[in-house]
Ligand binder design. Structure first.
Ligand SMILES: [Zn+2]
Length: 180
């Protein structure tokens, strides 16, 4: 049975439930679910989901559906395209590295977002890990508190990070803010 056939057999209620958690599906399944929902004339989940993301981040909506679709297409192109850092294969998404450094009573920390492939993202996270491990501790009290947190955050990114199957919410937000 194809994915299309599978979703054709679902009840309206099941589609409604799927629409509500559409971001949990793979890109391919999402397309099939959206198509089936449109076919049945049910309320469109994309707008609902995107509105929810926008509202959560206090962003204003775009002017029309065409702009929404354009942004969505751009996000997809970036995700499936080549890495802007190494020109290697995607998927390209947002990878975040976390750093901290201290000087006696001063401690500085932050996070940087990188749009790149997983390999480049890992390099950034490993470098940030080493940087923080060497320079983070030397401040009281924040250096001692922040250094393990930033290292763990990098490790979480190294072993987890965005799913390969579809663009992350972070990528959506960054592209949305730039293109809108
Ligand atoms: Zn790369």
């Amino acid at each position: 049975m194809t994915l299309e056939e599978l979703w054709q057999q679902k009840s309206d209620r099941e589609l409604e439930v799927a629409a509500r958690k559409i971001t949990e599906y793979t890109e391919e399944a999402e397309q099939v679910i959206r198509a089936e929902i449109r076919k049945r004339g049910m309320p469109e989940p994309p707008t609902f989901i995107r509105n929810a993301i926008r509202d959560a981040h206090g962003l204003t909506p775009v002017a029309n559906q065409e702009t929404e679709d354009y942004i969505r297409e751009q996000i997809r192109a970036i995700h499936q395209g080549r890495c802007p850092r190494c020109s290697g294969h995607g998927p390209v998404d947002v990878h975040t590295s976390h750093w901290v450094w201290s000087l006696v009573f001063f401690t500085y920390w932050g996070s940087n977002s990188h749009i790149c492939c997983r390999k480049c993202g890992r390099v950034k996270q490993i470098k940030a890990c080493l940087f923080s491990f060497v320079l983070g501790w030397w401040g009281f009290p924040w250096g001692l508190l922040k250094t393990p947190i930033q290292i763990i955050q990098n490790l979480i990114g190294l072993f987890g990070g965005p799913s390969d199957s579809k663009p992350s919410e972070n990528l959506y937000l960054i592209v949305y803010k730039q293109l809108k």
